[in-house]
Ligand binder design. Structure first.
Ligand code: FES
Length: 563
């Protein structure tokens, strides 16, 4: 047990500590807080409500519930604002700002007087940013998520953002539904507060935070509008006060063993490809490295157990009712490192030794009867991606797994949007669509890897094609799509050399992706690729100078743990 310093943490530097304490307390009195409360352990609450972030709409209620828990356990809650990242409201893409938010979190945890912190996040980039910042600050921290949206209804069918957004948009592009119907569907896809309703990036990261041990057990999947989410918030506040007296630091929770557990759970969820980048970045803050070979071993050993969109049928509300992360962990028990610690001070083994509860096997399958016997994501490598690429086999078309085809190349996002629906585009369903210059350095790595099927092919009934890029893909998307090609085109990767008409070969069996062009010719072409224009000022200049590639989690180089 240690004695929390409360408001005396990190006194402002005036050269007179007693004066600094006196001045801080007198200013704190001006907030209308009694002397008795000001002497308690201080629990920071990192909050990010914003009118540009629909997923955080209920955050004020969560802050209130966390504060209630902190007060009941004898602490002083102090909420503070940070950067907020609402996925669809940011240009060029939220990914650029994940690292900025992580810096904000780290620095404000360090700079302000607190003994422990509750991090409330939800939308895609916010939870990774909070985990990255907390890992670097290494103060006792608990992750609380805002929880997933509940589904809407349309013509008797359940709808959830954003897998169904893409499905209906695909139907509209193919001419299967009219403008009037797509306009109605627009109002029925995201009908409550909370994060996207499927196993997209936000929900995958929530499950990863719980698996790592950074969230209280059983809290990842509680729907945003369920009263139990407020109860979880209150419990997180109480747990943070316990941690102020009995510190457990992120570096004791996020270890090689717990990161491996998190990768296993990611595989069995059929979770988002983005989670690989985020988990790599979180681990990198503590000097833990992810080997793509180990990733593939884990994937080949771990079955997909969860039948949720975008890979399967259900929504996050079904996952919660079916047993949530706890049910998945129990199924995977034989494959997990059980000595990993959780923020409540217990080990994973102690958690799994507890009562198991009912499990809905329609949603969370047993290891004996999985959705798929192998994991959802794999790493590919080869002459097109010397440092690797990611493929979500759980969301792809098996008939396209072994494929050689002609490349149809788009030089960037503008070129893609200008030509993809051109009726004169020379393309067939047998071709491979390639997008360059959408990686972390060139474009902030937008979720553009889900290249649309060219309109003329979509109208002819083509639903899937092989698509390759250095971009990311939304966790709610699906298709035979190779992502995160590294190095990206703008960083000198061979992707920059691909030209329309070249042949590309992909083998999921062999986990390879190759450009079938003579290596000397590739070098000649790369020598002619123009350099990226330099950004001269502000955060974007810092980002351009220091951003790392996908296999390093797209973190900024100076934020990664030094050996
Ligand atoms: Fe926030 Fe999907 S838009 S999680």
């Amino acid at each position: 047990m240690s004695e929390p310093l409360g408001l005396d943490n990190g006194l402002t530097n005036y050269g007179d500590k007693d004066f600094a304490r006196y001045l801080r307390r007198s200013m704190a009195h001006s907030m209308g807080v009694s002397g008795e409360l000001l002497s308690r352990p201080v629990i920071g609450i990192a909050q990010s409500p914003s009118d540009f972030n629909n997923c955080h709409r209920y955050m004020p209620q969560l802050v209130e519930a966390v504060s209630r828990g902190v007060l009941a356990a004898g602490g002083l809650p102090r909420a503070f604002p940070t950067v907020s990242l609402g996925e669809v409201f940011l240009n060029p893409t939220s990914m650029v700002y994940r690292n900025l938010m992580s810096m904000d979190i780290e620095e404000m945890i360090r700079a302000q007087p607190m003994d422990a912190v509750v991090l409330i996040g939800g939308c895609d980039k916010t939870v990774p940013a909070q985990l990255m910042g907390a890992a670097s600050a290494n103060l006792p921290a608990i992750q609380l998520v805002t929880g997933p949206m509940s589904t809407g209804r349309h013509k008797g069918e359940r709808l959830g953002a954003c897998t169904d957004c893409r499905r209906f948009w695909g139907k509209y592009r193919a001419g299967e539904i009219e403008k009037q119907e797509i306009d109605i569907v627009e109002t029925r896809l995201a009908t409550t507060a909370g994060t996207c309703a499927v196993m997209g990036t936000a929900s995958t990261m929530a499950c990863i935070a719980e698996t790592l041990g950074m969230s209280l057990p059983g809290t990842a999947a509680i729907p945003a509008v369920d009263a139990q989410r407020l109860v979880a918030a209150e419990a997180s506040g109480r747990a943070a006060v316990r941690m102020a007296f009995h510190p457990i630091r992120p570096s004791e929770i996020i270890t090689e063993a717990s990161v491996e557990n998190a990768f296993r759970v990611l595989m069995s969820l059929g979770g988002s490809t983005n989670a690989i980048i985020h988990l790599t970045a979180v681990a990198g803050r503590l000097g833990i490295h992810i080997d793509p070979k180990r990733l593939n071993e884990i994937s080949d050993e771990t079955p997909v157990l969860v039948d949720l969109k975008p890979v399967g049928q259900g929504y996050m509300e079904d996952f919660h009712a079916a047993g949530g992360v706890g049910a998945v962990l129990r199924e995977l028990r034989a494959l997990l490192n059980l000595d990993c610690l959780t923020v409540d001070g217990t080990t994973l083994r102690e958690r799994l030794d507890g009562p198991s509860g009912w499990v809905d096997r329609n949603v969370i399958r047993s290891v004996a009867e999985p959705v798929s016997p192998v994991g959802g994501l794999i790493s590919l490598s080869g002459s097109l991606a010397p440092q690797g690429a990611i493929f979500k086999r759980a969301a792809a078309t098996p008939a396209l797994f072994e494929k050689e085809g002609r490349a149809i190349v788009f030089d960037g996002l503008e070129d893609l949007s200008r030509r993809i629906d051109d009726p004169d585009l020379d393309v067939t369903a047998d071709d491979i669509l390639v997008l360059k210059n959408a990686g972390p350095l060139a474009a902030g790595m937008p979720e553009a890897g889900y290249l649309p099927i060219p309109a003329k092919l979509a109208r002819a009934g083509v639903k899937d094609m092989v698509r390759i890029s250095d971009a990311r893909m939304s966790g709610t998307a699906y298709g035979t799509i190779v992502l995160h090609v590294s190095p990206e085109a703008a960083a000198g990767g061979p992707l920059a050399a691909v030209q329309t008409g070249d042949r590309i070969r992909m083998s999921i069996d062999n986990k390879t992706i190759d450009l079938l062009v003579d290596p000397a010719e590739i070098e000649r072409r790369l020598a002619r690729v123009p350099k990226l224009a330099e950004v001269k000022r502000g955060y974007k200049a810092l980002y351009q100078r220091t951003v790392l590639q996908a296999p390093q989690g797209c973190d900024l180089d100076f934020l990664v743990a030094r050996e």
